[in-house]
Design a protein around this ligand. Sequence first.
Ligand code: NDP
Length: 369
Amino acid sequence: MSQFDISRRGLLMAAGAMPFVGSACAATPSDKPARWAMVGLGSFAVGQIMPTFAHTKHSKMTAFVSGTPSKLQEQGAKYGVTHHYSYDNFDDIAGNAEIDCVYILLPPGLHAEYTIRALKAGKHVLCEKPMASTAAECEAMVAAAKAANRQLGVGYRVHFEPNNVEALKRFKAGEVGALKHVSGKAGFEINPNYGPHKWRLDKEIGGGGSMYDIGIYALNGGLMFVDEAPQSVSAVYTYDRNDPRFAEVEGGVDWKINFASGLKVEGQSFYTGSYVTRQVVDGAGGQIVLDPASSYDGVKASLQKAGAASQAISAGESRQQFAAQIDGFSLAALGNTPHRTPGEMGWRDLRLIEAIYRSADNGGQTVKV
Ligand code: NDP
């Protein structure tokens, strides 16, 4: 396996498992659910993740970690969760046998610190995307998981979304032929006055810009279909440099990843336009389109064989992705086997994003990876 083997197979081999496509089950189901601590009770945690536990089979919330005492009280009462921590006494989770897994739902600038602290406390960690602010931090997180003999996963929920899973399965079954090209588009209009968008414009806490936050969906989603290692990347910034929102982070970038076979995976990422997440996979004998590709609800997928009409792929409700991801990680933790989207995958993506920025900083120069 090459040092930069980005393929699904290569990543899972690096993480110690072979790839699979299909249901969320990576390990032997257990009668006892994995017990979870939520870290950072923000909009994604409260709006999407915490309500999802009602639909899981192998997962239960037992602890909350927050810097806001009123959230601990309110959410604790709502979910009957009685173990409460602040960021100051977070390391005390080590002594709590009621916590198996920790879900890091903090802004990216805090991911590495809290992931490593949780691993050192002996817990398995699912960390939200992007995995961290830098590839070096990702490397340290992967090393910490190995040292602790605990699982580390990244919150790439699309790998558990039923229509994406089915599209990938049908692609792997050869329904559109050999892979020719992948393209993606992911963006939204960022509002500097909206609380959860503020940190996204701050480099220290947000990481880097649109590519870290939304463009990563097109990059990671596109690479799901690829089974070879990248050779180089090139990229150009596409945002107005005078836009005051983007004093610290980029507001848009067009990027391309080149492979030895001649394959190109390319995408557009931006913070300056209407919400879109679109993925197009071209094969020698047809095309798969996902649009929206990575929304919370209503992912739409279709497959068109050359010369035939487009067929809708309807494999299930998109919202199932949240419970499937959490149960998938619970089973990985209970069986101590790698999660479908392991830390190595998040680390790979940060290395590619850093190379994309190096290229864009140098006027689109090709950067070897
Ligand atoms: P929010 O700003 O809504 O929530 C982040 C929470 O982190 C805050 O509410 C706060 O919770 C805690 N926090 C601790 N320190 C800080 C700090 N210095 N600045 C800001 N917040 C802090 O963000 P989101 O919920 O939108 O995003 C959280 C994570 O989830 C990010 O990594 C993001 O990329 C990811 N995400 C993933 C999505 C997906 O579909 N997979 C969708 C949306 C976000 P408290 O008061 O409890 O301490």
